[in-house]
Design a protein around this ligand. Structure first.
Ligand code: NOJ
Ligand code: CA
Length: 693
């Protein structure tokens, strides 16, 4: 009894202080004090926050809250019932990744809010402030008056300080495979990107952007917005108000529901993240997104999740040389062809082969409405002996990467996952590339809604039981879940190399990847499928080409991170080409990563040290502009002479006029060396550095 009285009294005291003074600002700063979040309640009792970097506003006062179905919105009349701060500092190790050790150091502020109005509902907000950015999430705690929540809108605001330069893609609910646009914030016009001719599915309902979206302020600060730990929730696009320079979360919905997210209390939302950096390259080095995810739940996966290079029966379909289906008479996935890829890979230090079009059903995918029950993921075409191919591969030390094109028929895939993954396990296949081309079945769902978020996440969790890793195409965006489920090896989620083979809009322009490195790549690994040597492939598609030089194709193995990297071209295109030495040599799993230079949309150079050796690899790429850059090798180990093999754009190289001109030379390099590199328009360079014995 006494206890209750005391708490009632305390409650009264807090209430009194709330009404007396309006401002109860709570401040939390990053461990190095450079970033600061100020939290407060507005006069209406709305939660508001702002973000400072070195005492200057980066995010102006912005509101937080929710609209709920059939209930009053949860966004005002709040009082603070508790707040607590804490600090955290750990170093954890990535089982595979861009680096081995990751420092996870932040200060946390947890605010507990309660409505003063009748329902007295509670909402908590948790802020984490790192030296390289912030994350915050909402927590719906257990409570009397809120049991099941139907979120119709999340109203997380990001109130910008000006008309920043923005690298953006439209907030498509169904695909991320758009080119990036470079405009002022006030000129963002996502709706003008609707009805893209090359997309099997696309839906852009509003003027919104997808994340990661990266910006540069007038004072030169880089800011990138994304989310972390997207679990059982809808993808967050960012609606743009081009007049007031404000973005507000716009959750992806479904045509089947009048809400965006349904959850049972208690639960927490994904983290809303803002990475902040003076140098563009620091965005790439930031590990904020993975840090905001929960630690590994799978334990030691090293015996089955293996970073590797791979070749595949793949590009030939995109060129039209062969096809996925058998009825066409030019089936690509034959036992004979697969064995040729295995032989080539075994000879060239490439650990795996992807085989697409191996299973029945490809006569009935793109363009068909009734796609459920078509693919079955266990029945090979008659000219493909799955068991024999796997056996042959094992004999040669080459793994087969399985392929599951679901054609977005989600119920068929869900039903068959156990059988399909069990088959893989019985054959000793440990990785699958999944695909979700087309409109989602059941109709009305979108690739990025809560329904599909759960599909993608459940596939990863289920696959782990069978020791299977997933490389998803047409995926949900990466939000760092690879930390929790390290069998999430890679994904697409951008305009990949394939667009160069068939897009009717000229393919991926030279500026594409110098933007991607500072946007999409901040989310996580990318299965871009580099390494096209036959840049023009006139024999197959006279109208199309890759819009880079061959040297840039090599650079991509270092610049664009993925633990699985494809040598994507037809294998005969590699035979006898000295540039292929770099693909043979280059690592796929890294001890350390350093971004040596870069400007969003212009150029970037990255150095990575291999985990299993003392070798370093450096890759640099430029947009459509030629440039000269100075490389300082002061990151190398002291007192060591490295033998460096340099693959650079040849004289007069040009992505269009002369893409295959390449110069290969060998020099000695130490940590005192500074060299000049010349990059051609759409060009680049790749360097392998090995300590001299
Ligand atoms: C689209 C994927 O991005 C591509 O890599 C794949 O070959 C096709 N779907 C077929 O699954
Ligand atoms: Ca795709």
């Amino acid at each position: 009894m006494k206890y209750i009285q005391l708490s009632v009294l305390l409650f009264a005291v807090i209430m009194a202080s709330c009404t007396e003074k309006q401002s109860q600002e709570i401040v939390i700063a990053s461990p190095d004090n450079s970033i600061e979040i100020k939290f407060n309640l507005s006069e209406k009792g709305e939660p508001i926050y702002l973000v400072n970097y070195k005492n200057k506003e980066v995010i102006k006062s912005s509101t937080l809250g929710f609209n709920l179905k059939e209930l009053p919105s949860l966004k005002e009349d709040f009082k603070i019932i508790n707040s607590a701060t804490s600090s955290f500092n750990e170093t954890w190790q990535m089982p595979w990744g861009e680096q081995l050790d990751v420092v996870n150091n932040y200060n946390e502020l947890k605010i507990e809010l309660q409505e003063t109005s009748e329902l007295k509902r509670k909402l908590n907000i948790i802020f984490r402030v790192f030296n390289d950015g912030i994350g915050f999430r909402y927590e719906f705690p257990e409570q009397e008056n809120l049991k099941e929540v139907f979120i119709t809108d999340e109203n997380t605001q990001f109130n910008l300080t000006g008309d920043h330069q923005v690298w953006w893609t439209p907030g498509d609910w169904d695909i991320y495979e758009h080119l990036f646009n470079t405009t002022k914030f006030s000129k963002i016009d996502a709706l003008s990107k609707a009805n893209h001719p090359n997309l099997g599915q696309t839906y852009i309902p509003l003027n919104a952007v997808n994340t990661p979206v990266t910006m540069k302020t007038a004072s030169g600060l880089h800011v990138s917005f994304h989310e972390a730990a997207l679990v059982d929730y809808a993808d967050m696009t960012l609606k743009v108000d081009t007049t007031n320079f404000t973005m507000t979360s716009g959750l992806v919905g479904s045509a089947n529901n009048d809400y965006k997210v349904v959850r049972t209390v208690p639960f927490e939302t994904p983290w809303r993240t803002i990475q902040i950096a003076e140098k563009a390259g620091d965005l790439i080095e930031s590990k904020l997104i993975v840090n905001l995810n929960e630690p590994n739940k799978l334990g030691d996966v090293s015996s089955w999740v293996k970073p590797t290079k791979y070749t595949g029966i793949w590009w030939e379909m995109h060129l039209g040389k062969s096809s996925w289906d058998m009825a066409s008479g030019k089936h690509g996935a034959t036992t004979k062809n697969a064995k040729a890829f295995i032989d080539f890979s075994a000879k060239n230090n490439i650990g795996a082969v992807l085989v697409e079009g191996w299973n029945t059903g490809w006569e009935h995918w793109i363009g068909f409405e009734d796609r459920e029950g078509v693919f079955d993921f266990v029945t090979p075409y008659t000219d493909y002996d799955l068991k024999e191919v796997v056996r042959y591969g094992k004999e040669k030390g080459v793994e087969i990467i399985m392929h599951h094109e679901t054609s977005a028929a989600t119920q068929t895939y869900e039903k068959q996952q156990d059988t399909a993954y069990a088959l893989m396990q019985s054959l000793g296949i440990h990785a699958v590339k999944t695909g979700y081309v087309g409109k989602i079945l059941p109709k009305g769902e979108y690739h990025h809604g809560q329904y599909m978020v759960n599909q993608y996440n459940n596939a990863v969790i289920k696959a782990a039981k069978y020791k299977v890793a997933i490389n998803a195409h047409e995926p949900i965006k990466d939000t760092g879940l690879r930390r929790t489920y390290p069998n999430t090896i890679s994904r697409e989620g951008l305009r990949g190399q394939e667009f160069n083979a068939w897009a009717t809009d000229g393919g991926n322009p030279a500026e594409h990847l110098p933007i991607v490195a500072f946007t999409r790549m901040l989310a996580g690994p990318i299965d871009y499928t580099p390494g096209i040597f036959d840049i023009k492939f006139d024999k197959w598609k006279a109208e199309n080409q890759v819009n880079t030089t061959i040297a840039q194709q090599l650079a991509l193995y270092v610049v664009i991170y993925s633990p699985i990297q494809m040598a994507a071209d037809l294998i005969e295109k590699y035979e006898g080409n000295p540039a292929f030495e770099f693909i043979k040599d280059v690592g796929v799993d890294w001890q350390q990563t350093k971004v040596l230079n870069g400007e969003v949309g212009d150029f970037v150079t990255i150095a990575r040290k291999e985990r299993t050796s003392e070798n370093w690899f450096v890759g640099g790429i430029t947009d459509e502009n030629a440039r000269e850059m100075e490389l300082n090798f002061n990151f190398l180990s002291p007192n060591t002479i490295y033998q460096a093999f340099i693959y650079e754009d040849g004289k007069d190289a040009d992505w269009d006029k002369n893409p295959t001109a390449i110069n290969i030379r060998e020099i000695e390099i130490s940590n005192q060396s500074i060299i000049k590199m010349q990059l051609a328009p759409g060009g680049g360079f790749a360097i392998s550095l090995k300590p001299k014995k």
